[in-house]
Design a protein. Structure first.
Length: 742
């Protein structure tokens, strides 16, 4: 490799990218609006992949080059596990041709729609027509009477429902309240409680001493009767167990409404809450009658298959996906589908169908209500299928504020289309956010764009975009045809993406699936998926074989010395063994391992846990150079490298937790294992033996206990949980000069 060639190992700036990644992960849609096209899980920071590409193909001081537009036309970048498309979008934006694979058809569809060129004026017109159509058909079902001014045109933001069950002894209804607090006094002036006796809503100052209900005189309480899958019947005191799948899907009772009155809001403090009145109940009956008068065409009747996540639904009596929606939601979804299919232009149908698929995560009866933030939490907020006892139904149409670009509340069509417009506008004019002190400066990148063609309506530049809903291990690629591979592969034992994405897929497939070859399968589940899954019998060996096959295919197609860079993290060292095996099987050497923030400590699915928020970025090549000081020969040497990484993260105002330090250490151990084993490696041994060789090398080199002993001074002051803020001060750190070739 030429001495003056730019390369990640030399030009990647850990503190700079870590600082950007931390900010991006706080509100990712503000930094990379393109992700608003559709939900995907665990998206890695776009700033990371831009940093890797600029470091490799531009070089120089990354902090300067990052904020300049670039045209990397002529470079071809691949991602064998494209997921939500992060690496490919960044490469495409920089002018590269891209090649992407993913075994999940929803991944293929989402990335396709992220990159698809779209006339935004036509889209705005179509989405406005859809809003008008839905307002005419079902708008009345989402209005209520304001308690202050009496207007019957107040818009319902959220309907709050509680699960119910019949008492096994007396047969009367039990409302399964886990607690009676609707709103904390954070974003509303007072706490709002439901009376356990009569259901009245009461605002109170002190949750510890809430007083009595003014309507029935009952003592108010925060704690509810339903806990640990048991609830006493309020009528006969019999203790009932829940859930009971034998009773079928859960039933719900409407108990509260949060609404918005535009007339009263300018002089009203806080939110508007009310007990449902007879008109609200009557509108539910009218919506049910309207639904029963339809013969649905687009509502799927697919059964929910068994799975690690979906078995949770089975325990609650859900057997078909359509049972996860109430009739008002089904009515809105069916009517939306009918409007979408009447659109004459294919790209517009596809865009609106993608919107509907994304809308589903807010329009179902598993959404929860956040009593602190006072908003709906979508079904995937914890990367699973949590079945709560209090469910939140959002306004299907959404409520627009005085400025049409703003929305009141979340979870409706207007929220989804506004997010989509921002996403596609960003594709036409991407930007970066530069922080100077407390100021945020939007830096336009003229000449950069996301898509296959630039210039609407007459395209004048084109890039090659090759996306496949297929196993990358089966890809047909020419040798020396790729300039880089960037990817975020599945992590063993991680989120069951396919089980979750089937929730959207069954609708999207029913709506537009017939002409789409990727939508031929009835499910996104695939035996080749690289996640640990008890239900499908997928263990560590399966994960190793799949990762290795994909890496080998990519390594075969890489130009000599070109990088394969990927992110990875896990909380146990065993899950890193397949990474080392896959790199070694591919004939590559791991030339660098860098830490980079991948999650926020406040992310709902890891909040309060000791999980790491850091990924290791592994850089691998067939030939090149690696700094000599990175080839540590002892646990103490590894500890020194970990200290350096921890210090670089401190420069980004990130204090590494114990879990973060563990993941950093795992990254170095894998890199060193590959370095030491590469010359004697036999890829033809059984998977079990290859995993064993890596495990034995790591254990003989020095297990975690010995390295942690050397890091006692660092670990003793490391917090167990993450607290991150971003700062701007620039702190230089030392260059590494001595190089070892491979």
């Amino acid at each position: 490799m030429e001495e003056n060639k730019s390369m990640i190992e030399r030009d990647f700036d850990v503190p700079f990218i870590a600082r950007l990644a931390l900010r991006e992960k706080q509100i990712q849609q503000n930094y990379r609006p393109v992700i608003g096209v559709h939900k995907w899980f665990a998206r890695r920071p776009g700033t990371l992949f831009r940093g890797l590409l600029v470091s490799e193909f531009v070089g120089g001081r990354l902090q300067d080059a990052f904020y300049r537009p670039h045209d990397l036309h002529g470079h071809r970048i691949a991602d064998p596990f494209m997921g939500g498309g992060g690496p490919l979008i960044e490469a495409n934006r920089l002018g590269c041709d891209i090649v992407g694979y993913d075994i999940n058809p929803m991944s293929y569809w989402i990335v396709r729609q992220e990159i698809e060129s779209l006339d935004l004026d036509e889209y705005r017109s179509a989405s406005e027509k859809l809003a008008g159509y839905l307002e005419e058909k079902i708008g009345r079902f989402y209005r209520t009477r304001c308690l202050i001014c009496g207007s019957r045109e107040a818009g319902v933001k959220y309907f709050l429902w509680v699960k119910t069950m019949p008492c096994e002894k007396c047969g009367r209804e039990i409302r399964l309240f886990p607690g009676y607090l609707i709103s904390e006094n954070k974003r509303h002036p007072k706490n709002v409680l439901v009376c356990a006796e009569c259901g009245n809503l009461k605002e109170v100052e002190d949750r510890a001493h809430p007083g009595r209900c003014p309507r029935c005189g009952n003592a108010l309480t925060v704690a509810g009767p339903a806990r640990r899958n048991r609830c006493a019947c309020p009528h006969c005191r019999t203790v009932n167990r829940y859930p009971d799948a034998g009773n079928g899907p859960p039933k719900h009772a409407l108990f509260a409404i949060e609404y918005h009155c535009p007339s009263c809001k300018p002089h009203h403090r806080g939110r508007f809450f009310k007990l449902p009145d007879s008109s609200d109940v009557d509108l539910i009956s009218q919506a049910e009658a309207a639904w029963n008068s339809l013969e649905p065409v687009f509502v799927p009747d697919d059964k929910i298959p068994e799975g690690d996540e979906t078995n949770r639904l089975h325990r609650w009596g859900y057997r078909h996906y359509r049972e996860m929606f109430n009739t008002r939601q089904l009515l809105g979804l069916e009517l939306s589908c009918r409007f979408i299919m009447d659109q004459p232009e294919e790209r517009m149908r596809n865009a609106l169908a993608t919107n509907l698929s994304d809308l589903l995560r807010y329009q179902n009866m598993l959404c929860r209500y956040d009593s602190m933030a006072l908003k709906s939490l979508d079904i995937f907020s914890v990367h699973g299928f949590p079945v709560g006892l209090i469910q939140c139904e959002s306004n299907f149409l959404g409520i627009r504020g005085r400025n049409d670009a703003e929305n009141v509340g979340s979870g409706g069509w207007s929220n989804i289309t506004a997010k989509f417009i921002k996403a596609k506008s960003y594709c036409d004019r991407p930007f970066e956010v530069l922080h100077r002190g407390t100021r945020k400066i939007i830096v336009d990148m003229p000449g950069e764009w996301i898509g296959e063609t630039e210039g609407r309506p007459t395209p004048h530049r084109r890039r090659q975009v090759e996306l496949s809903s297929a196993d990358a291990a089966l890809a047909i690629l020419e040798p020396e045809s790729l300039d880089a591979v960037l990817t975020d592969p599945p992590y063993f034992g991680n989120v069951q993406y396919a089980e979750l994405m089937d929730f959207c897929y069954v609708w999207l497939r029913r709506l537009i699936g017939k002409p789409i070859a990727a939508f031929t399968p009835k499910t996104t589940r695939n035996p080749g998926e690289l996640t640990g899954n008890e239900n499908m019998g997928r263990g560590l060996e399966h994960f190793t074989e799949g990762l290795s096959s994909a890496f080998q295919k990519m390594a075969f197609a890489l130009k000599r010395g070109a990088p394969l860079a990927f992110t990875y993290h896990h909380n146990v060292i065993d899950a890193y063994w397949p990474v080392a095996v896959a790199i070694l099987d591919s004939g590559l050497t791991c030339s660098a391992s860098f830490p980079c923030p991948a999650e926020m400590g406040a992310s709902i699915h890891i909040n309060g846990t000791k999980s790491s928020i850091l990924d290791t970025v592994f850089v691998c090549r067939s030939t090149g150079q690696v700094p000599a000081k990175w080839i540590a020969g002892s646990p103490d040497g590894v500890a020194g490298l970990v200290r350096e990484d921890v210090e670089k993260l401190k420069q980004a105002d990130l204090t590494a937790t114990v879990g973060d330090i563990r993941c950093i250490t795992f990254g170095h151990l894998v890199r060193l294992a590959v370095w030491s084993l590469r010359r004697s490696w036999d890829p033809h041994l059984s998977t079990d033996r290859r995993l064993g060789i890596v495990a034995r090398w790591i254990n003989s080199f020095g297990n975690m206990a010995s390295i942690e002993t050397c890091l006692h001074d660092v670990l003793s002051v490391s917090p167990p949980l993450q607290r991150t803020t971003a700062w701007e001060a620039q702190t230089p750190y030392g260059d590494i000069h001595a190089q070892v070739s491979f």
